[in-house]
Design a protein around this ligand. Sequence first.
Ligand code: RP5
Length: 176
Amino acid sequence: MQTSNPIVGIIMGSDSDLPVMQDAKNFLDSIGISAEVTVVSAHRTPLRMVDYATQARKRGLQVIIAGAGGAAHLPGMVASLTSLPVIGVPVKSSNSIDGWDSVLSILQMPNGVPVATVALNAAKNAGILAAQIIGSSNTSVAEKLDAFKANMKDEVLEKAARLQAKGLPNSFDTNQ
Ligand code: RP5
C-alpha cells in the first residue's frame, strides 16, 4: 500500500519487530499522521540504512522512529546520519538476552548524537512522541493530542470511581 506524503518514517531491523512496532503506526493512524513502515537493518543492510537516513529529510520526513532488538544499533546509526529527531524503540527480540541489551544499545548514546529512547517494546509511546514533535508546530495535531490526553484523564477518573464504587476508602475524592 502506498502512503501519500508520509511525514514519519517507521523503520525496524527485521519484520520480526513488526508486532511491537505496529503500535507506533496504529497511534499515528489514529490521529491522522501519515507514516511509512519498512525494514532497514543496520547490520544486514548498512548501505540501505545510510540511504534511508540521508534521504529522509528531502523525502519529507519530519521524525524517524527506529526499532531494533539485541545489539540494537539502528536508531543510533540513523541519528548519526540525519539531523531529524530519531526516536528509538528497544525491542525484546529473539536475539535479546533479557531486553536490557536492546535498551542500553539504544539509550547510551554519546554526547552530540541523541536518540529519544522509549521503554522496552513501547512503540505506542514512540508514536505519541513523534506526534508531539510534529504537534509543536502543527495546531491540528496538537488539538488531537490534547483530546487524547483528556480522554486518558477521563479513563483514570473512571477507574478511580470504579474502586470507590466497590467500597474502597478514598477520602481524597470524597472530600474534593
Ligand atoms: C535485530 O535482530 C532486529 O531488529 C530484530 O529485533 C532482531 C532479530 O531479527 P531476526 O533474526 O528476527 O530477523 O537486528
